[in-house]
Ligand binder design. Structure first.
Ligand SMILES: Nc1ncnc2c1ncn2[C@@H]1O[C@H](COP(=O)(O)OP(=O)(O)OP(=O)(O)O)[C@@H](O)[C@H]1O
Ligand SMILES: [Mg+2]
Length: 732
């Protein structure tokens, strides 16, 4: 048993053509083990140290890390550990288009780590000097998409039905495994190549028409290596085995995960989240925390299919390496930074790996120890007790018996290996036949014209080749009873889609009814001749390039592709072409619709104008009539007015007359008034005079009266006085 930290490497790829067009600025720099990233906005630099920093940015750089360099530094040590009997795992992590598949699988001449690993493995096995070791290998290849496991090496099940997704099970001793996953015995590198080709063709077929599928799926390639060693105990031959499980994993593009992580809406979307990748992040962070704090931390392996399956590789019995792939461009800086941080975290994980030996090895060791003990006893003292001797020998005999039993079982197993190999061969032939039925060719007849598939994912482009034989090649929907030469799946593929005819080297395509068929971006409705390099799109999402070797050889047609063999670029070209053609068509349709609408509008306007005019006329007439009536009314009114005027005049003159009469009257009245007034005044004056006179008379009378009164008084006084003076008797 030994502790081993996860080996972490990062690799930066060259700028791609899009980044070059955008004048992509390089932001990743590597120096020995250190990777530095310059943030173009904040102008800050961040440095990270890893076990390896592979710079594959510029081929002319003396430190350029080629596919071979990456393989030698990262994968070869794992191969060595595998031969020692350890489980090993190598996985590639990084954003879409950063170079995971390029690093793991490779493209064309630039084979990646997986094929290099397998090739070296077999060359070591065959060249091995040690004839006492035999090596058996079994491989499986599956992908995890949307939390479902699909065997890439089996097309149909025993009943001839399309295989359902597989399930993960957990073995109490060996841990999680995929139930019913096909394992195929391989005895040479060519065998592996064959299966890989088959698996990748399956991926390509499944991914066609499914937007984005490939960069959202994880592909897991597994090799189980069983080495049987012969050892001698007491001159007797004994076998024991060591097993190692090798997982080579090409993960889904990482940004789908982080963007899903940040947005709550997308989290709820379910299908669009890569649960496995999300959980992988959680597992790595839990494991690194556990290794740092040395405390047990819950690790959510079971939350996703991928992490459950890679449980041992990530946090258990395995020698594990991770390669994080990076884009050098400034436009991806945020993604790159997050990948670098992820990788830094993974570097803290420490696994406990052990050699996987069978029980035989233990038995042999025990046997050897017993024999040694016996020998030592014999050597040291001759006087050893016979009883003890007997016990030793008994022990040895028992162990030998156990070993023989085990070996019998092993021999049985060995026999099954051979059977398994034969079975695998048979299965491969069947699977190949099955794929050929779907029109997929393995062996290329390089004189025949053909259609090659194009896919967004470079790894899946140019994987499928459909031959166009002399005569008619029929294309239609894939069905079990279908007899079409080329069978395609997808909702937009018609049961009978089109016919490709090859007559004397002239190839033409004819759509059946209105099945959507595009040639160089244009929708075709009748027979159209195909030339080398033409793009053919069937049903809107099956992209192909047409190859015509005879045309190329005769020089009739020069390939329109400057760089042949880059199906990925072809795909983009074909897609853009289709989009451009569709846009042009759409624009033409819009223009037509616009013109038509304008015409209709003009017509409408004309009708409306006429109607308006008629209405106007009617209204005019109505108004004129009304005006006439009004005029008449007016005339009558004015006549009436005139008469009234006359009347008025008459009244006025009468009034004037009256007024004059009134004035005269008034004058007269006034005059009379004045006279009256004067008369009144005169009367008043006369009255006043009279009054004065009267008063004077009165005064005189008054004065007379007073004088009389005074006289009277004076007389009375005189009388009185006389009386007083007269005698009192008598005559008073
Ligand atoms: N080191 C490299 N050198 C040259 N070209 C590279 C390198 N790495 C990647 N490329 C190119 O970049 C493109 C994208 O790479 P690749 O298909 O490996 O991305 P990926 O990480 O697998 O993406 P996805 O997540 O979508 O599967 C390919 O055309 C590939 O040839
Ligand atoms: Mg990929």
């Amino acid at each position: 048993m030994e502790n081993s930290a996860v080996t972490v490497a990062v690799r930066v790829r060259p700028l791609n053509s899009r980044e070059k067009i955008e004048n992509g600025q390089q932001v990743i720099f590597m120096d020995n083990h250190t990777t530095t990233i310059h943030h173009p906005d904040s102008k800050q630099s961040y440095s990270f140290t890893y076990d390896f920093s592979f710079c594959s940015f510029d081929k002319t750089d003396p430190n350029f890390a080629s596919q071979q360099v990456v393989y030698e530094k990262l994968a070869r040590p794992l191969l060595e550990r595998a031969f020692e009997g350890f489980n090993t795992c190598l996985f590639a992590y990084g954003q879409t288009g950063s170079g995971k598949s390029y690093t793991m699988m490779g493209y064309g001449e630039e084979a990646g780590m997986t094929p290099r690993f397998c090739e070296e493995l077999f060359s070591r096995v065959t060249n091995s000097q040690n004839k006492d070791v035999t090596c058996h290998l079994e491989m499986s290849y599956f992908e995890v998409y949307n939390e479902k496991i699909h065997d890439l090496l089996v097309v149909k099940d025993e009943q001839g039905q399309k295989r359902l997704p597989l399930r993960v099970r957990e073995h109490p001793l060996f841990g999680p495994y995929v139930e019913d996953l096909s394992t195929n015995v391989v005895s040479s590198y060519a065998d592996i190549q064959g299966w890989l080709e088959l698996g990748n063709k399956q991926r390509a077929t499944a991914a066609t028409g499914m937007n984005d599928k490939s960069s959202r799926s994880h592909s897991v390639f597994t090799l189980v290596m069983t080495q049987t060693k012969t050892e001698f105990v007491e001159e007797e031959e004994h076998d024991h085995t060591i097993t190692s499980r090798i997982n080579l994993v090409d993960l889904a593009g990482s940004e789908r995960c982080s963007s899903a992580q940040t947005s709550g809406d997308r989290l709820r979307e379910g299908a669009s989240i890569n649960k496995s990748l999300l959980t992988l992040g959680k597992v790595i962070s839990a494991l690194s925390e556990q290794c740092q704090s040395r405390k047990k931390v819950f690790t959510p392996y079971r939350e996703s299919v991928l992490t459950w399956l890679l449980k041992e590789s990530l946090g258990g019995n395995s020698k594990t390496a991770m390669i994080a792939t990076l884009s050098p461009a400034a436009s991806n800086v945020e993604e790159t930074l997050s990948t670098l941080r992820y990788a830094r975290q993974a570097r803290m994980i420490i696994n406990v790996a052990k050699v996987n030996e069978d029980t035989n090895a233990k038995l042999i060791r025990e046997l050897k120890a017993e024999v040694e003990k016996l020998r030592a006893a014999q050597m040291s003292s001759q006087g050893i007790e016979p009883e003890k001797m007997r016990l030793f020998q008994q022990e040895i005999a028992a162990l030998k018996a156990q070993l023989t039993q085990q070996e019998r079982e092993m021999a049985e197993a060995h026999r099954t290996w051979k059977e398994k190999l034969e079975q695998a061969e048979k299965r491969k032939r069947e699977e190949t036949k099955e794929l050929q039925k779907a029109g997929i060719t393995f062996k290329v007849d390089n004189r025949l014209p053909n259609l090659v598939n194009l896919n967004e994912d470079p790894q899946l482009s140019e994987m499928l080749l459909y031959m166009i034989k002399e005569g008619q090649t029929k294309v239609g929907k894939r069905k079990s009873e279908s007899a079409h030469d080329i069978q395609l799946s997808g909702a937009l593929i018609a049961d009978e889609h089109c016919v490709i005819s090859n007559v004397g080297g002239t190839v033409s395509i004819t759509p059946i009814k209105d099945a959507k068929t595009f040639v160089n971006g244009n929708l075709v409705s009748k027979s159209t001749v195909l030339h080398h390099g033409d793009r053919v799109i069937l049903g809107g999402d099956h992209y192909f390039r047409f190859n015509h070797p005879v045309e190329v050889h005769s020089g009739k047609r020069v390939s329109c592709w400057t760089q042949s063999g880059d199906g990925h670029k072809d795909f983009e070209y074909a897609k853009n072409e289709l989009l451009a053609a569709q846009r042009a068509q759409l624009e033409a349709e819009i223009e037509k619709a616009r013109v038509k609408a304008k015409e209709e509008m003009m017509q409408g306007i004309q009708v409306a104008k006429e109607m308006a005019q008629k209405e106007l006329m009617d209204q005019k007439m109505l108004y004129e009539n009304k005006i006439k009536a009004l005029e008449r009314e007016l005339e009558e009114e004015s006549e009436r007015k005139r008469l009234q005027e006359l009347n008025n005049q008459r009244v006025a003159s009468k009034m004037e007359e009256l007024q004059t009469a009134k004035t005269l009257l008034e004058q007269e009245v006034n005059l009379n008034k004045k006279r009256l007034h004067m008369e009144a005044q005169a009367t008043r004056q006369a009255m006043a005079d009279h009054d004065i006179r009267h008063a004077k008379i009165l005064e005189a009378l008054e004065a007379e009266k007073r004088k009389i009164a005074e006289d009277l008084e004076k007389m009375q006084q005189k009388m009185a006085q006389k009386e007083m003076h007269a005698p009192k008797n008598g005559s008073s």
